[in-house]
Design a protein around this ligand. Structure first.
Ligand SMILES: Nc1ncnc2c1ncn2[C@@H]1O[C@H](COP(=O)(O)OP(=O)(O)OP(=O)(O)O)[C@@H](O)[C@H]1O
Ligand SMILES: [Mg+2]
Length: 267
């Protein structure tokens, strides 16, 4: 099947900080692609580029074979509406109940009658296990409940594609497993295509059809969970196994050492 998104040789810098030199990957219909990478490697930035919130410096981002940067305002809006996004922070509006939070995007973008919106709210809250919290404010929910509430809100627009940015960050192991199970359920029951950004190796291996490791300004490795489990590539092993020593820390040490030397020379 034709890919939904094709990223080819993507380049992006912020000032003189080069984030991607040559990023290449496809998103295939029905798959769950997990994107991993160190803090600051540019994972959230990639989602912002894919949503058309940020421009890129070079290469191609093709959405259904059309260059994203050439989209008209109308095409961009249609694309954004077809994607459900679970942002890394602040998924819910704090001044509204869960019910109001879920109703908002549907009221804004569709003409569906209130009765139907209300039924949808109940269905999606049931799906994420928050049916009893429908009239609670976000401040009355735990971190995990907020994440699940954000997911329910993203689902209200019945997206075919879901982007999750750190869906399990800050959650206890049981809540993380529940969110991972939800991601699996959505794939199986609703056939959604997903990009999941996560540091959480357990969740990553639980939900992924394919994994991609962002390191050194490109996708250092893309492959099936089995390939990530068995590869002897030192950088992948260090990241996946959470090892103290390896290419990632060697680089960091080297930089710190150089900075230290430079400082001494200028004294
Ligand atoms: N709008 C911006 N202007 C300038 N620099 C930015 C901007 N957005 C992100 N950056 C920088 O780009 C780098 C990547 O940021 P990004 O948020 O994509 O990282 P990340 O991989 O999601 O990290 P984390 O795992 O901590 O969430 C960081 O160094 C960040 O400071
Ligand atoms: Mg991020």
């Amino acid at each position: 099947m034709a890919p939904i998104i094709q990223i080819k040789n993507l380049r992006k810098s912020f000032g003189d900080r080069v984030l991607y030199e040559d990023l290449t990957i496809d998103l295939v219909p029905g798959e769950t692609l997990v994107v991993m990478g160190g803090s600051g490697s540019g994972k959230s930035t990639l989602l912002r580029i894919l949503m058309g919130h940020l421009t890129y410096d070079g290469g191609n981002v093709l959405v259904h074979t059309h260059e994203l940067s050439q989209f008209s305002r109308r095409e961009l809006n249609a694309w954004r509406l077809s994607v459900g996004v679970l942002f890394q922070t602040g998924a819910l509006f704090n001044s509204m109940t869960l019910r109001e939070n879920l109703a908002l995007p549907v009221r804004e973008h569709t003409d569906l009658p209130e009765e139907l919106i209300d039924i949808m709210i109940k269905i999606y809250l049931q799906l994420v296990g928050l049916r009893d919290s429908i009239d609670r404010m976000p401040s009355e929910l735990s971190g995990g409940m907020k994440k699940r509430g954000g997911l329910a809100r993203a689902l209200m627009m019945q997206p075919r594609i879901l982007f999750y940015d750190e869906p399990t960050a800050g959650l206890d192991p049981v809540s993380s497993a529940q969110v991972a199970q939800l991601i699996l359920d959505l794939k199986e029951k609703m056939n959604v295509t997903s990009v999941v950004i996560t540091h959480d190796m357990k969740a990553a291996f639980a939900v992924a059809d394919r994994l991609a490791l962002l390191a050194e300004r490109r996708f250092h490795m893309v492959g099936r969970p089995e390939e990530f489990r068995t590869t002897t590539d030192p950088l992948v092993r260090q990241f996946v196994d959470g090892l103290l020593d390896g290419p990632l820390s060697a680089k960091a040490d080297q930089k710190a050492y150089e900075a230290d030397l430079l400082k001494r020379e200028t004294l």
